[in-house]
Design a protein around this ligand. Sequence first.
Ligand SMILES: Cc1cc2nc3c(=O)[nH]c(=O)nc-3n(C[C@H](O)[C@H](O)[C@H](O)COP(=O)(O)O)c2cc1C
Length: 420
Amino acid sequence: MSRDADPLHALTWRTTRAGAGWGPASGRSPEARRRRRFPTMADLERAARRRSPRFAFDFVDGGTGEDLGAARNRAALDGVEIVPRYGRIGPVEAGVELFGHRYEAPLGIAPTGNDGVAWPDASRRLAETAAAAGLPYVAGTLASASIEQLADICGDRLWFQLYGMPRDDHRVSIDLVRRAEVAGVQTLVLALDAPVRSKRPRDLRNGLSVPFRPSPRLVAQLALQPAWTRAALRSRVPLFANIARYVDGTPDLTRVAGFVQRELRGGLSWDEVRRFRALWPRALVVKGILHPDDAREAVDAGADGVLVSNHGGRQSDAAPAAIDVLSAVAEAVGDRCTVLFDSGIRSGLDVARALALGADAAFGGRAFLTGLAGAGDDGASYVAELLTEELRTAMAQHGALDLDGLRRLAVRHPTSWSPK
Ligand SMILES: Cc1cc2nc3c(=O)[nH]c(=O)nc-3n(C[C@H](O)[C@H](O)[C@H](O)COP(=O)(O)O)c2cc1C
């Protein structure tokens, strides 16, 4: 029986379709073909691997060390069981309010610096995705388009993630925060979890450097991937668009990259968090939280939210899977602030798992970049559709017609623990 002829499938379709813009996978339209080619994130990952130069795929897919942290995120998420409740039939409402703003789903786009390596002009494509899908997009300090350019595209969906640049009493960091405020950014995200540059063996093996230096090996990888290379040649994006204006002299690639290498520090002290809190008039989130005491510290410093994250396994191979400590953090501060989650999200069911364990919303990093690398310019929008539709289906399947219903479901999470 075809998918569409299956009456139960058709029912889920109608139940979950409202607002998702998702349709059956039959037909010859480009959308229908894409749904058949990429029914899951795993299909997009395979396509991304095939279509990207090796260095670009490894940059996105890789973690630190032996990739154990990234694998731990996946294994732990896979192990989360949710018990469905039946007899609850009706339309599914997946919309969420975060910091006074309404979003179409409890799903956001996490900050990914140097994203132009994954797919040329990635930041603009991610901002377009946020605008079209009604989701928050956290632009990184090291995005490939500037705060102002991205605000023009996605307006008040834009959040901004700050890495501190402490020289001259944070002159540049403070200017970035001021620019974010003027551009209408809604939420400032302070990432604390990259106090040092981590060792990424896959990048080292590939000889990937910032700025890009085309060794014969990298040029050979480019020659094998004409779609990626054509898109790169079309793109007019300067590397680290937010930073170019702070560089002395002409902001060429070498100078901008040198500035970032020298000035940027991926961690902030709690005093610095308090200082940015005092400067920033809108919502403030602290990203990279894994310990309940750090979550309490963040709230005491004035954060409106914490983002539970192990940076997708890119900073410490010994860090716990972020999902394993989510409940402990939510118990510690969930009644005092918004709890957000990332690290390992590859499906709408994963989003449902995170919410069932206490998150108010979940963010994806690699998923959206993989969409671009696997399916091209509108691949991130496709990922937003795919994950949102999967979330709605998971909600309907488990008898959760809204997000509170999801949070009331019984969950078994064998690897959950509370750091002491
Ligand atoms: C290519 C790449 C670049 C990243 N750059 C940043 C960054 O500049 N700032 C930041 O706070 N997090 C950064 N992250 C981490 C993400 O914000 C997020 O925590 C992580 O990707 C979540 O895990 P996931 O990729 O499994 O969804 C980056 C992640 C990737 C994959």
